[in-house]
Ligand binder design. Structure first.
Ligand code: NAD
Ligand code: TYD
Length: 354
């Protein structure tokens, strides 16, 4: 079995659903259920014995020790993090606590467990750390995309905390021999994305008739990857990645934010036209820029393609259409997130004692 941290979040829940759709290897899912954790994402696994959900903090050493001892996972996949740049600007403390201190505690628990394993299990064990391209900082318009050798130059409290966690993971490999793998991925999008991030926020605000807030001139560039492609990259790195290596994961889809917003509006105009015939684009509002806003991210994903044969299956056009269709088909999920009632899901589903 495998142990996943943060498996009720956006990428983690997509990963758990994909994993169990493709194999029967059980998953222990440790998640604190912060505002970003949503068990409704995993509702289809209710009653499925292959999925063991545990609500808890990855920094709780006694809990993690117990989960490792009882379940003896062959791998730990570490998704849990505070992940939103804007929140990290308003309040960095939780980012330091979960992303840095939490990762440190998790590494120590995993190291103690791994050290005591019999030789064959020890050799097969993996710790996969899920990280971001934001650790590399920002690129000028003409600079080549981030390769794995690019210096770390994080600019936000979020990216600095992720960079610190990457360094800890690297050090636990070099110093203690812990069998680690790290992935640094570009911006994901797709189902179950919390509507504080650009793409889902634009979809849900557009449908609600609210303004679509574009920071500054909207010409900041991100590389976008459909979330299931990120999940397939993680599975591939777990299966065949070289120990101690990092793999950059991206979609070869560099786009300015304003183009993303126009694409979302055009899809909604087609799939859910407004009664008065006007375009959702009329709702676009330029608002004050994010402080320290990185201008451009771009991923050079040739290493993972060359060494592991991984390539994204979706283009941006196919992925964004699927995403908009998913949000249109799941108004209840959106409504529960917006009302906050998704946080009551455990008691609604399992009764007040759960
Ligand atoms: P998310 O914010 O949607 O989910 C994070 C999950 O972690 C939530 O379920 C939350 O409850 C859980 N969590 C937070 N603190 C915890 C703690 N102390 N203990 C246990 N669980 C805790 O994030 P996401 O977008 O799914 O990102 C997952 C990982 O992928 C993160 O490490 C992030 O840095 C990385 N990443 C994200 C993107 C992206 O575009 N979203 C891109 C590259 C890398
Ligand atoms: P976001 O989804 O927060 O991801 P990240 O900051 O990790 O890349 O933002 C993506 C881009 O969209 C980023 O350049 C900031 C911009 N943005 C807006 O213009 N308006 C918004 O309301 C949000 C949330 C983001």
């Amino acid at each position: 079995m495998i142990l996943v941290t943060g498996g009720a979040g956006f990428i983690g829940s997509n990963f758990v659903l994909d994993w169990l759709a493709q194999c029967d290897e059980p998953v222990v899912n440790l998640d604190k259920l912060t505002y970003a954790g949503n068990l409704e994402n995993l509702a289809s696994l209710q009653g499925d014995a292959r999925h063991l959900f545990v609500q808890g903090d990855l920094g709780d050493r006694a809990l993690v020790d117990r989960l490792l001892a009882e379940n003896r996972p062959r791998a730990v996949l570490h998704f849990a993090a505070e992940s939103h740049v804007d929140r990290s600007i308003h309040g960095p403390e939780d980012f330091i606590q979960t992303n840095i201190v939490g990762t440190f505690r998790l590494l120590e628990a995993v190291r103690a467990h791994w050290s005591a394993l019999p030789a064959d299990e020890k050799a097969a064990f993996r710790f996969l750390h899920v990280s971001t391209d934001e650790v590399y900082g920002t690129l000028s318009q003409e600079a080549p995309a981030f390769a794995e050798t690019h210096p770390y130059e994080p600019n936000s409290p979020y990216s600095a905390s992720k960079a610190a966690s990457d360094h800890l993971v690297r050090a636990w490999h070099h110093t203690y021999g812990l069998p680690v793998l790290t992935t640094n991925c570009s911006n994901n999008y797709g189902p179950y994305h919390f509507p504080e991030k650009l793409i889902p926020l634009m979809i849900v605000n557009a449908l609600a008739g609210k303004p679509l807030p574009v920071y500054g001139d909207g010409l900041q560039v991100r590389d976008w990857l459909y979330v299931q492609d990120h999940c397939s990259a993680i599975r591939r790195v777990l299966e065949a990645g070289r120990l101690g290596e990092t793999y950059n994961v991206g979609g070869w889809n560099e786009k300015p934010n304003i183009e993303i917003v126009h694409t979302v509006c055009a899809l909604l105009d087609e799939l859910r036209p407004k009664a008065d015939g006007s375009s959702y684009k009329a709702q676009i509002t330029h608002v004050q820029d994010r402080p320290g806003h990185d201008r451009r991210y771009a991923i050079d994903a040739r290493k993972i393609e060359r060494e592991l044969g991984w390539k994204p299956a979706e283009t941006f056009d196919t992925g964004i259409r699927k995403t908009v269709q998913w949000y249109l088909a799941h108004p209840e999920w959106v409504q529960h997130v917006q009302s906050g009632s998704y946080r009551d899901w455990v008691s609604r589903q399992y009764g007040a004692d759960a």
